[in-house]
Design a protein around this ligand. Structure first.
Ligand SMILES: [Cu+2]
Length: 87
C-alpha cells in the first residue's frame, strides 16, 4: 500500500493461497468490512508493518478498506479499498 491506495487493488489467488500486505507508507489499516469477512483488523499501522501471509481457504470475494482513507457504504467500498478474489 502506498499513496493511499492498495497495489494491486484486486489480488487474485487460488484457494489455499496467501496474501501479504506491506506498509510502504504510514497511517493505514487493512480492515475486513463486508461479508465474507476475513481475519484483518490491523488498526492504524506505519511503514514497515506487515500483515500476513494470510491463507485464504475459501473461494469468494473479500473486500477490505483502510479505515483512515476509505469507507464502506452498504455493499460497496470507496476510497482506499481493495479486494481479494479467491478462486
Ligand atoms: Cu490508508
Amino acid at each position: 500500500m502506498q499513496n493511499n491506495l492498495f497495489t494491486p487493488e484486486i489480488a487474485s489467488v487460488n484457494v489455499g493461497g496467501t496474501v501479504t500486505w506491506n506498509w510502504v507508507s504510514s497511517d493505514h489499516t487493512v480492515t475486513s468490512v463486508l461479508s465474507p469477512a476475513f481475519n484483518a483488523n490491523t488498526g492504524v499501522q506505519n511503514t514497515g508493518f506487515t500483515l500476513g501471509p494470510l491463507t485464504f481457504n475459501t473461494a469468494g470475494t473479500f473486500a477490505y478498506i483502510c479505515t483512515v482513507h476509505g469507507s464502506v457504504s452498504g455493499n460497496s467500498t470507496s476510497g482506499m479499498a481493495g479486494t481479494v478474489v479467491v478462486q
